[in-house]
Design a binder for this molecule. Structure first.
Ligand SMILES: [Zn+2]
Length: 211
């Protein structure tokens, strides 16, 4: 099947009981189309997520990421938390840090106003792995960045090797339908006119719009 991120022809392989395709060009690993959950199933699953502001471990796990990318999310920046989920904890923490944050989520914070704004930063925190059409989404988000604006991404990079991939717990969440290698993000960025400003294991990248 073709890579949903760059369109190259990708080789199929089996992991668990699902077929995936690993792209030889960009390294993106996508699950077979038939395993992508319907929007209804996806929403049902998200409603079971129990991430909350009161959960200290969860909050500090997010804060650790925000610290790592802090220079791209300075106080006063306009930030879109894209795919904010049922409990927009990253948005709350960014507001505490002085950012002007808006949230968008197709299920929990719908609306189109964010599409008419330009953003100093767009946060895509644990969202990229859920996207059925990652190319379309990232193309749209890149176009909404102000010049010099930053796309801050958090998504786990897949382990090397089929065996390790097969055992990888992150793969087993049924709403995780595609996995970005570090080079997937780098290549995606360069196609969209974004410079890779930060790329760090196990899960973080910042792509900055050139002009
Ligand atoms: Zn690809």
């Amino acid at each position: 099947m073709d890579c949903r991120l760059c369109g190259a022809s990708a080789a199929d392989f089996l992991a668990g009981d699902a077929v995936y395709a690993e792209c030889p060009e960009c390294g993106y690993v996508g699950i077979e189309q038939g395993r992508i959950p319907t929007p209804e199933a996806e929403e049902r699953r998200y409603r079971l997520h129990r991430n909350s502001y009161e959960d200290e471990r969860y909050t500090s796990w997010i804060a650790e990421y925000l610290d790592a990318v802090a220079e791209y999310l300075p106080p006063g920046a306009t930030v879109l938390d894209f795919g904010s989920g049922p409990q927009p904890v990253p948005a709350m923490l960014l507001r505490e840090r002085g950012c002007a944050v808006s949230v968008y989520d197709p299920y929990f914070a719908p609306g189109d106003a964010w599409r008419n704004a330009r953003w100093d930063a767009i946060l895509v925190h644990e969202v990229a792995e859920h996207l059925a059409d990652p190319r379309a989404v990232f193309t749209e988000l890149a176009a909404l960045l102000s010049p010099g604006g930053a796309l801050c991404v958090r998504t786990r990079f897949p382990p090397e090797g089929r065996e390790a991939f097969s055992r990888w717990r992150y793969r087993m969440d049924e709403t995780h339908v595609g996995f970005f290698a570090a080079r997937s993000l780098e290549r995606l960025g360069s196609r969209l006119g974004l410079r890779t400003a930060l790329l760090e294991d196990p899960d973080r990248a910042v792509l900055v719009r050139r002009t």
